[in-house]
Design a protein around this ligand. Structure first.
Ligand SMILES: NC(=O)c1ccc[n+]([C@@H]2O[C@H](COP(=O)([O-])OP(=O)(O)OC[C@H]3O[C@@H](n4cnc5c(N)ncnc54)[C@H](OP(=O)(O)O)[C@@H]3O)[C@@H](O)[C@H]2O)c1
Length: 228
């Protein structure tokens, strides 16, 4: 059984916009981060970039399967259309007790359509698709879909976004805790994983609003009326 209190966080596809943004933020908070990539050298370069930006950061890079084996919490940060293939590729490296975080948004760009709408997923959401592919004993948690990569990478500013976190209670709580590492992010209890379909769709709405309001840094979302 993997110890989910372990410090390392693996980010598969952490060479890209969103994954590198999260890597920078978690590293800045003092957490050990393992960046994964299909190509180890790309992961190493991304890790070096983080270490140059944040002196003293504990960040390394390696191939996706190797990164998966080094962390209790594994965040999948590849485009939706490559998510299933990525999960299949790391299956043998996953073990009971690990948490797999899905932040993929099934944008219609995956089928050659626009980014302001999503496509239907047989399982209900990208996160539930990931759960259907994960080995038993590995819990999938849905989170971070509504967070802008641009805002993550503006390290001198808080991100200013609520993160709706869905999945089984215990792993969900772990990911809500993870949100506290990033100034301005507030993890909220989004209930069961099936609610991921609602959260994923919100991102398509946000992309359209970013265009209409001409906001290159991206909108965030906030829920009101919650106790402090
Ligand atoms: N960008 C945002 O603002 C944003 C906001 C919310 C949620 N998200 C979600 O976060 C995830 C990552 O988004 P992103 O914008 O960071 O994506 P991205 O920059 O386009 O790609 C991320 C990484 O995916 C890997 N990748 C590319 N093609 C692949 C393939 N054929 N098979 C396996 N891996 C492949 C690449 O890593 P390697 O080449 O190193 O393997 C790439 O660096 C997506 O699911 C997206 O829906 C993004």
């Amino acid at each position: 059984m993997t110890d989910t209190n372990g410090e390392a966080i693996a980010i598969l596809g952490g060479t890209g916009d969103q994954g590198l943004g999260l890597a920078l933020r978690f590293a800045k908070a003092g957490r050990r981060v393992v960046i994964g990539s299909r190509k180890a050298d790309r992961a190493v370069s991304a890790a070096e970039e983080v270490c140059q930006t944040i002196p003293g950061a504990d960040v390394t890079g390696c191939e996706n399967s190797e990164a998966t084996g080094q962390a209790a919490i594994v965040i999948i940060s590849v485009p939706f259309e490559h998510t299933a293939g990525t999960v299949k590729g790391i299956k043998d490296a996953l073990s009971e007790g690990q948490i797999l975080v899905s932040m993929a948004v099934p944008l219609a760009t995956a089928v050659g359509d626009g980014a302001m709408r999503t496509v239907g997923i047989w399982q209900g959401s990208a996160a539930e698709l990931v759960q259907s592919l994960a080995p038993s004993g590995v819990d999938v948690v849905s989170a971070f879909q509504n967070v802008s990569a641009h805002r993550l990478r503006q390290l001198d500013q808080p991100v200013d976004c609520d993160v709706v976190v869905s999945g089984k209670k215990a792993p969900r709580s772990k990911v809500i805790e993870l949100c506290k590492l990033v100034p301005g992010l507030r993890g909220l209890d989004g209930g069961p994983l099936s609610n991921a379909r609602i959260v994923e769709d919100i991102t398509a709405l946000l992309i359209g609003m970013n265009i209409r309001y001409k906001l290159p840094d991206g909108l965030g979302i906030r829920f009101t009326g919650l106790p402090e």
